[in-house]
Design a protein around this ligand. Structure first.
Ligand SMILES: [Zn+2]
Length: 400
């Protein structure tokens, strides 16, 4: 099997990889929590001797620890089976999420525990050098405040904003990520992996929730923009310029509004959280001053609640957005033959109301009788920073 980590953007060689059986045990413990060797063998479809050897070695290496005993079922003879879990002393990584205003840094482990956490203001409109300097300074501040040695880490994972528009920089996320990673690797003498934040979030989704360990799925990420992350055979597709899945700047609306990229009618001008909230304010709530910014997230939650309550104006807004997105997703499904789509957005508990319009548009555009699934997952505020750490920590895991 080709390992996903081979394609990560780093100049520093990663540590020798754990055998697959050990990574499988760690993956199952991450997913199911404390388990007996018996349940590990069952869930991982591994032979008993393989499990015993893998667990015993992981315990010796300090990656797994024994934690209590399983409750004995009545009537079952024999000893209480020991439970094993990912060790507190197991591999740790720093995750960094660089957002427009705030940069969030955590120290975490394979269990997603937030061991340490800090936030720093992101410099405005920083050029390359300033971005690198800022990352060095904030990482140094984080590590010295909490006495974290870079040498004790599996590495540092960083999620950065995608190519910013308008820009004079070449539109190449791979080059930019490589440049930042190799600079930080020189400074910290640690493994550093950098990727754009939509892909980092998708990585988090891959190793949590219902998509856990899935090899093939696409994650449509709707925030202030819209992006698609594509996992094929377990690998995150980046493309030549790291622009694979950057669907936000495909023109979908003829004569549409001006986009920050300089074109008009881009997908992200008609599918983004601010636009949807504004549509809600002007056409559903009938705000007299449409430009008046309210609480975007509260407005979105209300918009989707109203769709479920069969409010026609609300339904029209969500159906239009869902059709635009669905039509683009149909193209991706057709080209890639990946049938599982996860939509991640900040739409609140009724956000799954966007699933039907997306599915209808896909069904309308693809070959009849091709099966596909569309699922909505609400945004997890820790997803970006923990996903950044997973850029490094996923080396300890294995796909389903
Ligand atoms: Zn655009």
């Amino acid at each position: 099997m080709v390992d996903s980590a081979q394609t990560t953007m780093t100049g520093l060689a990663r540590q020798p990889q754990l055998p697959e059986s050990k990574r499988r045990v760690l993956t199952l413990l991450r997913r199911h929590g404390a388990s007996t060797k018996g349940t590990l063998a069952e869930h991982g479809q591994m032979g008993w001797s393989t499990v015993v050897k893998a667990v015993d070695e992981l315990v010796q290496e300090g990656l797994v620890e024994q934690g209590g005993r399983q409750d004995k079922s009545p009537g079952v003879r024999g000893k209480y089976a020991s439970l094993y879990r990912i060790a507190e002393s197991g591999p740790r990584a720093i995750g960094v999420d660089v957002e427009l205003h705030t940069t969030h840094i955590v120290l975490t482990n394979l269990k997603d525990d937030v061991i340490l956490e800090e936030r720093y203001p992101t410099p405005r409109r920083a050029h390359h050098q300033a971005t690198e300097d800022f990352l060095v300074e904030s990482l140094r501040a984080f590590m010295s405040k909490h006495s974290v040695e870079a040498s004790s880490l599996a590495g540092i994972g960083i999620g950065i904003l995608g190519i910013v528009f308008p820009t004079n920089h070449e539109r190449d996320n791979v080059e930019r990520a490589k440049r930042i990673a190799s600079h930080l690797e020189r400074v910290f003498a640690a493994r550093v992996v950098v990727d754009v934040n939509s892909k980092v979030y998708a990585l988090y989704e891959k190793w949590t929730n219902a998509t856990f360990g899935s090899a093939d799925f696409m994650l449509a990420w709707i925030r202030t923009g819209v992006a698609l992350s594509i996992f094929q055979s377990g690998q995150l597709c980046r493309g030549t310029h790291g622009l694979a899945g950057e669907i936000g700047h495909m023109r979908v609306a003829e004569g549409g509004t001006l986009c920050r990229c300089g074109n008009t009618g881009c997908l992200e001008t008609v599918v983004n959280q601010h636009y949807l909230a504004e549509q809600y304010r002007t056409t559903v709530r009938g705000a007299t001053s449409p430009g008046e910014a309210g609480d975007v997230l509260a407005d979105l939650e209300e918009l989707f609640r109203l769709v479920k309550a069969d409010n026609h104006a609300a339904r029209r807004i969500v159906t239009t957005a869902g059709s635009y997105l669905g039509t683009v997703l149909a193209g991706a499904i057709t080209v890639l033959d990946i049938s599982s789509v996860v939509v991640s957005a900040h739409f609140g508990p009724d956000g799954d109301a966007i699933v039907d319009p997306i599915s209808d548009a896909i069904r309308n555009a693809i070959l009849p009788n091709v099966n596909f699934s569309v699922r909505y997952v609400p945004f997890d505020p820790m997803g970006h920073v923990l996903g950044a750490a997973l850029l490094v920590l996923q080396d300890y895991l294995v796909h389903a």
